[in-house]
Ligand binder design. Structure first.
Ligand code: URA
Length: 230
């Protein structure tokens, strides 16, 4: 936790003789995000990479802006970067990302065709759920991304994007039900990390994804069944 504390002004600077367990921290001045309405995706990404609007900036290696087709019809929104994403600066590149790639493939899309983003752009410590205040602070970036990309449909992954983008609580009771975000159809489903832990929930997630496929006139019976991996 020490890395996320902002030292008070009166605190002496960390000295070289400080104990090996003390991680020196630089004071961080949190800044407001400001008006994003004139920014395109490239400008927005540059702004995110310098962002110090909340404490998550102190623990990051890289910001994870999001990636994919800037004109995507289909967008996926996760929670926030994990360790692999923090190192690579790209969303969903770890184990959960491999499963997300399979989900996208099963929907008869490619990763390059869709756009993938997260609620928060910096890794929360120990992969904890972003605090509502962190999500609220970061949300203008995602909202501007959605505004620029203008997807036809958004798939939210897990409870956090449901909570923070739509203000809806409870993934178990809300998954599989069409919702609306500013005229865009939203399908909430389980997060791939959850599916990795709870194999049985994959059947429900597949039902949710099939609903999305039908919106795109894709025939789920044409998806080849993948062999379960050992
Ligand atoms: N989990 C998320 O929610 N987002 C990522 O980018 C990776 C894992």
């Amino acid at each position: 936790l020490a890395r996320f504390n902002t030292p008070s002004k009166n605190m002496p600077p960390p000295s070289s003789s400080s104990s090996a367990n003390t991680i020196p921290t630089q004071p961080v001045t949190f800044s407001q995000i400001g008006d994003l309405s004139g920014l395109d995706l490239t400008e927005l990404q540059a702004k995110v990479s310098n962002c110090k609007a909340c404490g998550l900036c102190q623990g990051r290696t890289n910001t994870v802006f999001g990636e994919g087709n800037p004109h995507a019809d289909l967008m996926f929104i996760g929670e926030g970067p994990g360790a692999d994403e923090d190192i690579q600066g790209r969303p969903f590149v770890g184990k959960a990302g491999q499963l997300l790639d399979k989900m996208i493939g099963a929907m008869q899309f490619s990763r390059e065709e869709v756009y993938i983003a997260n609620i928060v752009k910096c890794r929360p410590p120990r992969n904890r759920t972003p605090e509502p205040e962190e999500a609220e602070t970061c949300l203008p970036y995602l909202k501007r991304q959605i505004e620029l990309i203008q997807p036809v449909c958004i798939v939210t992954l897990g409870a956090t994007p449901l909570r923070d983008l739509l203000g809806v609580t409870g993934i178990i009771r809300n998954r599989g039900k069409w919702l609306d975000y500013q005229g865009i159809a939203v399908m909430p489903t389980f997060h791939p990390s959850y599916l990795l832990r709870l194999e049985n929930a994959k059947r429900e997630a597949w039902q949710d994804l099939q609903q999305v496929m039908k919106r795109f006139d894709k025939d789920p019976s044409q998806t080849r069944r993948q062999r379960p991996q050992r």
